[in-house]
Write a protein that binds this ligand. Structure first.
Ligand code: FAD
Length: 339
């Protein structure tokens, strides 16, 4: 499939979605590509139900609700999404436009590219356990999109960081049992989360199994019924379990983007902080993937970067039309036919 547009946005995380809005307000068309088969990036994949407290004008908003609000905000611009496909190559043509090609061989011609690829195409770090793939999906779950599906289950959470501890605390009220398995006695999480975890353990709402590691998975037909956990002397404890939630962080892979001859600093793309331009003309980077002096990896920073990149790209899409700055209150939201 071949398409032609003004701008290709790589990444449908919160920052890529807001770029659609900023581009739309400046009457630029765009296509959005994401490896995941849903929009929302880290917010939807990793912590949809967690409240975020530092989105301006939202004292608290769940990560998924933020994504839904962004989708609503960009609806007038009728954007085309290409989900479930990774951008694999970019070719610059003689007329300075780009051909972007995805893993599904979708080809999109555009005048500029915005890379909003976060930490890259991401996936969970899988624990190296025999046969784990047999249980993935039904019993081994790496990201929780609907926590009500875990009500009344016997759950083992593996890991010692914020995600493991936060989910143990969150699910303690609704699960039949929660065991948190960690190889060290101390958890690497916010001190208040650690205190809450230990308090719930005292109230017998959570079992803390430390220092233990995951051992053997037991079950049939893709459904777990128990897991052996192993201590460092080789002692084995068998724990009843319907669901295993391994939280060992993410493997982030910028993949092919690293080969596009952009200036890369510690796996992030260096940009000019006043325009979000990368070292390659016509290619911009925003959000978690972009770096410059003083960069704060926050959603609100990425929103501002979306505006900067879009204003900078305007002259590539409309070379003969000067951009007159206007507030949204002045121009309103117009879903121009061209957009
Ligand atoms: P992402 O959300 O990472 O989205 C990038 C998207 O690009 C992904 O969907 C990925 O699949 C896609 N992609 C990557 N490479 C390719 C490719 N080659 N082709 C196609 N698609 C590709 N931030 C806050 O501001 N406040 C908070 O309270 C907060 N809490 C957090 C809590 C947790 C548990 C976590 C993990 C993060 C938190 N963050 C918070 C950070 C915030 O989620 C990120 O800053 C934000 O998601 C970055 O948005 P992004 O759009 O730049 O990237």
């Amino acid at each position: 499939m071949s398409h032609k547009t003004d701008v290709v946005v790589i990444g449908a995380g919160p920052v890529g979605l807001f770029a659609v809005f900023e581009l739309g307000m400046l009457k630029m068309k765009c296509h959005v590509i994401d490896t995941l088969d849903f929009v929302g990036g880290q917010c939807s994949a990793l912590y949809p139900e967690k409240p975020i407290y530092d989105i301006p004008a939202h004292p608290s908003i769940s990560a998924q609700e933020l994504i839904e609000k962004l989708e609503e905000q960009i609806k007038p611009f009728n954007t085309t999404y290409h989900l479930g496909q990774q951008v694999v190559s970019v070719h610059k043509n003689d007329d300075q436009s780009f051909d972007v090609v995805t893993s599904k061989n979708t080809k999109i011609n555009a005048k500029a590219i915005i890379i909003a690829a976060g930490c890259g195409a991401f996936g969970p770090n899988r624990p190296p356990l025999e046969n784990i793939e047999q249980f993935e999906g039904a019993s081994v779950i790496y990201s929780i999109r609907d926590k009500s599906k875990l009500d009344g289950k016997d759950i083992i959470i593996a890991g010692g960081g914020d995600s493991a501890v936060d989910w143990a605390i969150t699910l303690a009220e609704t699960a039949r049992s929660i065991t948190i398995v960690h190889r060290r006695p101390k958890f690497r999480c916010a001190p208040e989360s650690s205190s809450r975890l230990h308090q719930l353990a005292e109230e017998k709402k959570i079992t803390i199994a430390t220092p233990y590691q995951l051992g053997k998975l037991h079950g049939n037909n893709g459904i777990l019924n128990s897991i052996d956990v192993v201590d460092f002397e080789g002692g084995i404890k068998n724990i009843k379990c319907d669901v295993l939630l391994p939280f060992f962080g993410l493997s982030m892979d910028l993949g092919p983007i690293l080969d596009w001859n952009l200036n890369i600093e510690k796996k992030h793309i260096s940009v000019a902080s006043d325009s979000m331009k990368t070292s390659a003309d016509g290619i911009y980077a925003i959000g978690d993937v972009a770096t410059y002096q003083g960069k704060l990896k926050l959603i609100l920073t990425g929103f501002s970067e979306s505006a900067l990149a879009s204003h900078s790209i305007y002259s590539l899409v409309y070379p003969n039309q000067p951009l007159h700055f206007e507030y949204s209150t002045t121009k309103g939201i117009k879903s121009d036919e061209k957009v």
